[in-house]
Design a protein around this ligand. Structure first.
Ligand code: A2P
Length: 414
């Protein structure tokens, strides 16, 4: 039975086999994927190995269980066993697994290279948090881009504070909206909800604009959501990128839309309009958000229904994600409205707060500073008016240095 780690295949160590053979050994636990982690709280300090059984590779419960075990403080070895496929290896590491035990037959079908390819393996969630990133081959090359490439890209010469990353995916939602993904440098760290500077190597001095990372901080790629501004100095060009192109990424991430800037409470409202949903696309895919708040309410308002599509996409993705799917299904509410076209829900979010229609629709009490926290991201007038509603309800603005009841950021425009 091979064991898969980031280093590749190896046999199951003798000690582990002895532990497995002795079912009464207290150092070893064999758990079904539907085990409640909470029942083990405080009882894991002596356990050296926990093995979680995966009945089917479509069943994500084993991943959630692993995460919960890590969250309640389990520090021993964590092994996935059974139906885990190489495409899920990366997730398994992110959830806190150390290794995966596969059958000899699966090892033949999915040889070592399938598991430790750039896509499947890489840096685990915990390693990334500890700052021990591995560099992928692609990014190593990008960091030392030869000058001849600069000649092909409008004279741009590599800068020490800028990563040169490759586009992996582009999706156009409307004539004015698109999302794209780029490779992530292993040394690029951010908290879900933060932004960084984005540019293109199309000129000697490229134009950079702030963009919120729409992907969560644990993900191995970076996603962004953008408007297309006709004639806009960046988006006029950025909207034409295709997979394989180079995008410039400033090395520093920053921002106020982070969980750390809020005091603990029961519920988190994420109020967004237009592309202001981007930082929240990151947060609703981050397990830490669901560990901090019992309920997460994402509101997204746009003029037309077609502009809501990205929000529907990321919410669906969150629910299908083995890492946070269970949490998202149980704890997150999506409340999408249009203001200039009839749809299932209509109206500006500020009006829906004022009339109480938002809270009636969700069967919740009106906003209050005891149970509710909020983040706002949208156009300047939307941010200003929503902030006034929160302050009228007694919520106080916070910041990274002084956590409070709500935080805000203007959605970025070209
Ligand atoms: P409306 O259509 O009534 O202006 P924009 O595309 O202009 O950035 O607007 C995005 C969404 O934000 C629209 O649904 C718009 O509603 C809404 N919006 C604009 N200004 C405000 C505001 N001051 N308060 C709340 N929502 C706003």
């Amino acid at each position: 039975m091979p064991l898969v780690t980031t280093a590749g295949f190896s046999p199951v160590p003798f000690n582990d086999e002895a532990a497995l053979a002795d079912a009464t050994n207290e150092m070893f636990l064999d758990l079904a994927a539907d085990t409640e982690a909470e029942t083990l709280r405080g009882r894991l300090s002596d356990v050296e190995l926990i093995q979680i059984q995966f009945g089917s590779f479509q069943d994500g419960r084993g991943f959630s269980l692993a995460r919960r075990l890590r969250n309640i403080g389990y520090q021993g070895r964590l092994r996935a066993r059974g139906h885990v496929i190489s495409d899920q290896f990366r997730y398994a590491l992110d959830c806190g697994f150390d290794d995966v035990e596969i059958s000899a037959e699966q090892a033949t079908r999915q040889p070592e290279a399938d598991w430790i390819s750039d896509r499947a393996s890489g840096v685990s969630y915990r390693d990334r948090l500890r700052g021990r990133g591995l560099r992928s081959e692609v990014n190593d090359k990008a960091d030392t881009l030869p000058v001849s490439v600069a000649e092909e890209t409008g004279g741009y010469v590599s800068q020490p504070n800028v990563f040169e990353e490759q586009v992996t995916d582009v999706k156009h939602y409307t004539d004015g909206l698109f999302s794209f993904r780029i490779t992530r440098p292993a040394s690029f760290r951010f908290r879900s909800g933060e932004f960084a500077m984005i540019g293109l190597p199309n000129a000697e001095k490229p134009v950079f604009r702030p963009y919120s990372m729409a992907s969560p901080s644990w993900h191995d790629e970076l996603e962004f959501y953008s408007i297309k501004v006709p004639g806009g100095p960046l988006t006029e060009h950025l909207q034409r990128i295709v997979p394989g192109d180079t995008v410039l990424l400033g090395k520093k991430a920053t921002g106020t839309l982070v969980v750390d800037a809020l005091m603990p409470a029961k519920r988190l409202y994420l109020f967004s309009t237009g592309t202001g949903i981007a930082p929240f696309a990151s947060l609703i895919r981050d397990p830490d958000v669901y560990e901090t708040f019992e309920q997460v309410i994402l509101t997204h308002s746009c003029r037309q229904q077609s502009e809501l599509a990205y929000g529907h996409d990321i919410v669906e993705q969150a629910m299908a994600d083995p890492l946070i799917g269970d949490l998202a299904k149980r704890q997150r509410v999506h409340f999408a409205t249009t203001t200039r076209e009839e749809s299932a829900r209509n109206g500006r979010i500020t009006d829906l707060i004022e009339t109480g229609d938002l809270f009636r629709a969700l069967d919740l009490l009106p906003l209050n500073a005891v149970s509710d926290r909020a983040m706002i991201c949208g156009s300047l007038p939307m941010v200003r008016d929503t902030k006034a509603k929160l302050e009228a309800a007694g919520l106080k603005e916070g910041s990274n240095n002084r956590p409070g009841d709500f935080v805000l950021e203007r959605a970025f425009v070209d």
